[in-house]
Design a protein around this ligand. Sequence first.
Ligand code: COI
Length: 361
Amino acid sequence: MTTPTIELKPSANLVTDAERDRILAKPGFGRYFTDHMVTVKWTEGLGWHDAELVPYAPLSIDPANMTLHYAQTIFEGLKAYRQADGSVATFRPEENARRFQRSARRMAMPELPVETFLAAVDALVTQDSAWVPPTGEESLYLRPFMFATEVGVGVRPANEFLFMVIASPAGAYFSGGVKPVSVWLSEEYVRAAPGGTGEAKAGGNYASSLIAQAEATKHGCDQVVWLDAIERRWVEEMGTNNLFFVYGDRLMTPELSGSLLAGVTRDSVLRIAADLGYEVSEGRISVEEWRRGCQDGTITEVFACGTAAVITPVATIRSVGGGWTVGGGEPGEITMKLRKALLELQTGAAADAHGWMHRIV
Ligand code: COI
């Protein structure tokens, strides 16, 4: 596979310091984008070519662009954090690069070399480093993605693709402190089925999830919980996050059955929890076991994890058949301990024992 060098063509019209400071004071999530973006093309027979860092700008799309019709599109999400020493580093970016390759394989798209993925992210973070918020939980959220650019409505894998990276400053996900969420068990809609695309970070998975999220909102819940497609019994994920169940000092997360997304945060929590002396396992949990475990006190905490919100406590569960509460409904001690340990690692406040931080500038 070819690995093109990224040609730097920076903007002559940067956002002013005052405007950037105004945005960084209250960035929210995914609302503002930095001055630049990276683009790399792929053409059948030619491979990856024309890698550039250019000013952030709209794209011009042909109405017959194949992605608009058949959704051959995948993405990743990772964060660059300002470190305690003022430098900037991303967290386990190789894991995102490798998952991007797996997503591409599943969606019949070309695989981007890991080194090109990393070089593209590094180039953008280096160029737009002034957009990395100064401290703490705030970060620069990076969104690498790839989509078909071929024009035509024939149904087959496209022969041209565009890989891009854009970046968006992200505030602390919970502005007023960590808030436990309420969840709705989706018994009608499923996120993923065996043999489907659930393991891929493909745009279509998110499109098909929205109706269930809307249903959760209608029932007064913050998030939707996905069950397995066959028996509608085994717990899989929460919204765009993986789930963990805490039994005293033992943690369990649903196993990667083929329909779950292999979260980088999920993997990191498994390892950090083991470092902290907890017993960890991957397995299966049914809705009934979840309900019973909370009622008899064997399940003491439940939390969700993902790149965007890091770790989110789950407090209340609602479903057609009724609801229940986890523990006292407050964020659990182990949940908050793991959240702190992970954030300290990501922000350089704790030693990087696993060599997970990738320093950029
Ligand atoms: C995450 O929690 O990191 C996600 O995948 C959410 C993202 C799609 C905004």
